[in-house]
Design a protein around this ligand. Structure first.
Ligand code: ATP
Ligand code: MG
Length: 154
């Protein structure tokens, strides 16, 4: 069914108000797409958005700065989520989509998780005919970019 990705991003951010406030997160939204309506499963898509924002918030020391933007061409829409958190080494970045993979968080202790979120995100994005890219630098931050086609077969 048709889902407006901009509306969904706003709704997910709103629903995360408590956990974002707990860490004093600063979320910047730039939803610049003129057409953000894609065919997809609303529940799965909001879970995808949730997982990426949850990670950006969890894997930052305090007062996380998180930027979320959407951008579209005629054929596809791109959702970008950037944090300035603890980041990852090249070797760690290669493994984060693996089921149960978690990086020892060192001084950022007690970060809970199962190592399942990104595996799920990659699976859903793939099923929608999209792709996910990650760019990360240790101690600098991480960017996830999801591209979804407006039209696909399922
Ligand atoms: P959950 O299943 O609850 O999401 P999780 O957050 O540990 O648990 P993933 O979301 O799959 O699992 O992430 C896997 C690992 O990748 C994390 O444990 C963390 O080490 C690393 N990671 C994910 N997102 C980020 C990020 N934005 N910045 C730094 N490290 C990250
Ligand atoms: Mg996670």
């Amino acid at each position: 069914s048709p889902v407006d990705l901009n509306d969904l991003v706003s709704a997910v951010v709103d629903s995360m108000d408590l956990q974002l406030k707990k860490k004093d997160a600063d979320v910047t939204l730039s939803l610049a797409a003129n057409t953000a309506v894609i065919m997809g499963d609303e529940l799965h898509l909001s879970n995808v958005i949730y997982n990426l924002i949850d990670n950006a918030n969890k894997y930052s020391v305090n007062s996380p700065r998180i930027s979320i933007s959407t951008k579209n061409t005629a054929k596809q829409i791109t959702l970008t989520i950037t944090d300035e958190g603890i980041g990852l080494t090249k070797d760690q970045t290669k493994r984060i989509f693996d089921q149960f993979y978690r990086v020892p968080t060192g001084n950022l202790h007690d970060v809970k998780g199962f190592g399942l979120g990104l595996n799920y995100v990659q699976d859903i994005v793939g099923k929608m005919g999209g792709s996910i890219k990650v760019q990360s630098e240790k101690d600098k931050g991480t960017t996830f970019e999801i591209t979804l086609p407006f039209k696909h077969s399922n």
